[in-house]
Unconditional design. Structure first.
Length: 242
């Protein structure tokens, strides 16, 4: 008979790398429930979900930390409380659906959420500091995005998308801000093995729509049109996952 510590111990593969672990497995099981539920739907109490996963209290708490870091669940105390399916931003859905990540999934989900929050600051800087040469390079990357969209190459599209955001960030005169943003993009890209269509919509129209949105954003930056740029970056965050 094994104790709970042994049951919940992270397995180690023959090559010395850590396995998924009981906490990760429990988090994955609850994540499936959250993704299948409507945003805000109650998934159950902590006790009910821990029993469903068959793990110890400490392991369940670690699984809960992973789920919260990925933006998948919300915890509400008191009568009628428990775990609820969270409202996810499009960028968080990107990290949890389209990106096939390695073992650093939690760190990547956190990086995506922070990157999402920094975008408006960098757009503000680009509005007033982007040169004609900067805009020209952004348009070249947009051409790559358009070609990837036409070829239904989601992986090439996402990588071009990241290059565009990195190029916009490079315009900022604030060293700390652009350095932080670049580090977040590097982390996301380094731990992404591949990009998978999420199956929620036809791929070609979706990629074309996202390409057009980014083209409009670059146009707004070139025209120093703050109102349009802020509206577009809001749409970027609320109407899609790229």
């Amino acid at each position: 008979m094994t104790n709970s510590a042994e049951e919940d111990r992270v397995p180690v593969h023959a090559d010395g790398t850590a396995g998924t672990g009981r906490a990760e497995q429990a988090a994955d099981r609850i994540a499936e429930l959250a993704r299948a539920a409507e945003p805000g739907a109650r998934l159950g109490t902590k006790g009910e979900l821990r029993a469903l996963c068959g793990v110890s209290v400490s392991t369940f708490n670690e699984a809960l930390r992973l789920l919260q870091a990925r933006g998948l669940v919300a915890v509400r105390p008191g009568p009628g409380g428990g775990l609820f399916a969270a409202e996810q931003s499009p960028m968080v859905r990107l990290g949890n659906s389209m990106l096939a990540l390695d073992a650093e999934q939690t760190s990547v989900a956190e990086a995506i959420r922070i990157r999402d929050a920094l975008d408006p600051l960098l757009i503000e800087d680009a509005l007033w500091h982007a040169s004609r040469a900067d805009i020209g390079e952004m348009r070249e990357i947009l051409d790559d995005m358009g070609a990837a969209a036409a070829g239904e190459d989601a992986t090439a599209f996402v990588h071009a998308n990241w290059r565009l955001h990195a190029r916009i960030a490079a315009v900022s005169p604030h060293v700390l801000l652009r350095s932080l943003y670049a580090s977040l993009l590097d982390l996301i890209e380094a731990h992404t093995r591949s990009v998978q269509p999420d199956g929620e919509r036809p791929l070609t129209p979706y990629l074309k729509e996202r390409h057009e949105l980014h083209a409009a954003l670059v146009d707004a930056i070139a025209a120093h049109d703050r109102e349009a740029a802020m509206r577009i970056i809001h749409d970027h965050r609320t109407t899609g996952s790229l």
